[in-house]
Design a protein around this ligand. Structure first.
Ligand code: OOG
Ligand code: MG
Length: 262
């Protein structure tokens, strides 16, 4: 750790206020180039504590920057992990007010729900599939708090990996008999296909993203509890949305999920 506790708390407050007040800030590594990975996750954790102290609940976890399309789009080369809390949840077919957000983008994801806990190190795709209750289609709405959506990996980790809203829908399908690598993914904006891909775009197999999260937490002595919902990361580039846009995601064998922006 390179930052002291007071600086970590100040940066968490800055980033969380930017989220809650829907305004952008310059990336925090500009003023704190010395910050390290532990500092970045400590700031994210401090943001979580601020939310828990106000009575919010964790409803899931997320993996981000797990596909080459996303890493290339954002100019980084390593995945990141974040948390999802209750008020991020939007019902299938629901509405999101653009005014509450800064410059939102949507991305198609495969969501996992676990029936058994997962603990690294040594977690792998097979262990994840054995521990998975079912998978579902999910639209993640990301909204970096950084100006023009430009950041480096430490800054985006501190900013809870741009987490903002998410929508789950379609069918809850057990993974036995599904090949998650070849599942076709089509995301439409206002009826037009704007992102097309397949599950393998996420680290060769979306379960590999969940294994990576288990190993990341394992290194900190933590596990992913049974029952946890986890977004495995955008399959394609994220797509910007504006008021009036309707987004629909269809994943082969899993059905579809949609959301409207007003
Ligand atoms: C970081 C969050 C990335 C994903 O699925 O790749 C993410 C960002 O691109 O702003 O959620
Ligand atoms: Mg995502």
């Amino acid at each position: 750790m390179k930052l002291n506790q007071q600086t970590i708390e100040q940066l968490a407050e800055l980033l969380e206020n930017a989220e809650l007040q829907a305004h952008d800030v310059v990336k925090i590594t500009d003023a704190h180039p010395e910050m390290d990975w532990d500092d970045a996750y400590a700031i994210q954790n401090e943001i979580l504590h601020r939310k828990l102290a106000r009575g919010h609940r964790v409803v899931g976890l997320k993996c981000g920057l797990t596909s080459h399309a996303k890493m290339k789009q954002m100019g980084v080369d390593t995945p990141c992990f974040g948390f999802l809390v209750d008020y991020f949840t939007v019902a299938d077919g629901g509405e999101i007010s653009i005014k509450e957000l800064i410059h939102p983008k949507v991305e198609p994801e495969i969501a996992f729900v676990l029936k058994k806990a997962l603990k690294g190190p040594g977690c792998h795709v097979g262990a994840v599939l054995a521990a998975t209750d079912f998978v579902m289609p999910g639209i993640e709405v990301i909204d970096s708090r950084y100006r023009d959506f430009k950041f480096d990996l430490k800054s985006v980790i501190a900013d809870n990996c741009s987490s903002s809203r998410y929508v789950l829908g379609g069918m809850a399908v057990p993974v036995a008999g599904l090949d998650l690598r070849t599942l076709g993914v089509v995301m439409e904006k206002n009826g037009e296909a704007v992102a097309i891909g397949a599950g393998a775009a996420v680290l060769g197999h979306p379960a590999a993203a969940i294994a990576m999260l288990a190993n990341h937490l394992g290194a900190r002595g933590e596990e992913i509890p049974a029952g946890t919902m986890i977004l495995s990361g955008g399959v394609t580039e994220a797509v910007a949305v504006n008021a009036g846009d309707h987004v629909n995601l269809r994943i082969q064998s899993l059905g579809s999920v949609s959301v409207h922006f007003k």
